[in-house]
Design a protein around this ligand. Structure first.
Ligand code: FAQ
Length: 328
């Protein structure tokens, strides 16, 4: 045990050598690796955030996969298919990162299909038009990048490293969404209308992706001490809006917030009031598509049962063969 002297030189708090090493690594902005000692709360918080993030990527495949068969050209279809596959890959990196903390893939999947795990609120909204593929790329992937670039510096090594690759791919996703909207905005009146209608529907839910306001965000303070989160929810939301305004001008779309205005003093774009009731309704499972998203995930899990069984049988055979060869 070592003891630390508290700033007021009062009762010294005793902490273990391992905890001191953990604190030193954080202080030095180094990475915590799976072999390192870590407080149980740190491990739990990471499993919570990383598994929610993984579930978001997997459920997030559904709103777009809806359009793969209906994309307006072969090229658009190939791009969309590649994007949706990327999201599956992101889910896999993230589940793997959570597994390094002792979480099992089966437990995480069971929690998701039982409706006990969270995933991002944004994926409970419908995609009735092709322009929604543009809005998801521009707004949803755009918000994801704003939120996730700082996570590349998350203190937990496997999470931070997974985020580096994910962010590179999200950047491509964001640009392809922007380009879909740009093409629609340069098209007919009907296409412009379709793009604007889609932006109107996705703008506010995209702002909600950053999580509740700072004074209603129970996990933020501790996550920031542990250097999992580097910025608060409101800070990142503000950064996102500042980034969107000039991009909306290039596209020629209007952001559906009549109160949005530039604040000369702060040099930021002040936004109107977010409807947090809607956010809490979606989190409580009462969003437009919650039931459908979960049902689809359950069906996919059931339909994949034979694949999991076949893979397990193959793995058993391979290890029996390896053992036989080692024994001979
Ligand atoms: N939806 O105390 P905080 C993507 C929950 S990936 C649902 O502020 P925290 C890629 C929160 O979990 C999108 N739940 O929590 C893609 C907590 O509940 P708990 C996902 C939300 O963790 C693009 C409670 O509210 N990205 O888009 C949401 O400090 C296109 C209190 O909140 C990530 O997961 C929400 N929006 O901050 C895929 C990024 N917001 O666990 C396909 C990593 C909050 O106490 C197509 N995660 N909650 O029961 C994070 O950065 C953080 O976890 C936050 C929330 C910022 C999401």
């Amino acid at each position: 045990m070592t003891s630390t002297i508290t700033p007021d030189m009062s009762v010294p708090a005793a902490i273990s050598v391992e905890e001191q090493q953990f604190n030193d690594l954080l202080e030095a902005d180094s990475r915590i690796e799976p072999r390192d000692w870590m407080p149980e709360g740190y491990r739990k918080s990471l499993v919570r955030q990383i598994s929610q993030h993984a579930h978001s990527e997997i459920i997030g495949m559904q709103p777009e996969s809806n359009w793969i068969t209906r994309a307006p050209s072969l090229k658009r279809k190939a791009i969309l298919m590649a994007k949706v596959q990327d999201e599956a890959g992101h889910g896999l990196y993230l589940y793997s990162a959570a597994q390094t903390l002792g979480a099992t893939r089966d437990d995480m999947t069971d929690a998701l299909i039982a409706g006990k795990a969270r995933y991002s609120s944004i994926f409970n909204y419908p995609t009735p038009s092709w322009a929604d593929m543009g809005s998801i790329g521009w707004l949803v992937d755009g918000a994801a990048i704003c939120n996730q670039v700082p996570l590349c510096r998350a203190s937990y090594g496997p999470y931070g490293r997974a985020m580096v690759r994910i962010c590179k791919e999200e950047s491509f996703h964001q640009r392809q969404g922007f380009e879909i909207l740009l093409e629609l905005m340069q098209g007919t009146d009907e296409q412009r209308q379709m793009a604007q209608d889609s932006v109107n529907r996705w703008y506010w839910p995209a702002l909600m992706m950053f999580g509740p306001p700072d004074d209603d965000s129970p996990n933020s303070a501790q996550s920031m001490v542990w250097k999992i989160k580097r910025h608060s929810n409101d800070e990142l939301r503000q950064r996102f809006v500042n980034m969107l305004v000039p991009q909306a001008a290039v596209l020629g779309v209007t952001l559906p917030d009549p109160d949005l205005h530039f604040n000369e003093e702060t040099q930021q774009w002040d936004l109107g009031v977010i409807d947090w009731t809607e956010f809490h309704e979606v989190l409580a499972g009462r969003g437009p598509n919650n039931a459908q998203r979960l049902q689809r995930r359950r069906d996919a899990h059931d339909e994949g049962q034979w694949v999991r069984e076949a893979a397990a049988a193959y793995a058993r055979k391979q290890s029996a063969r390896t053992e036989e060869m080692a024994a001979s």
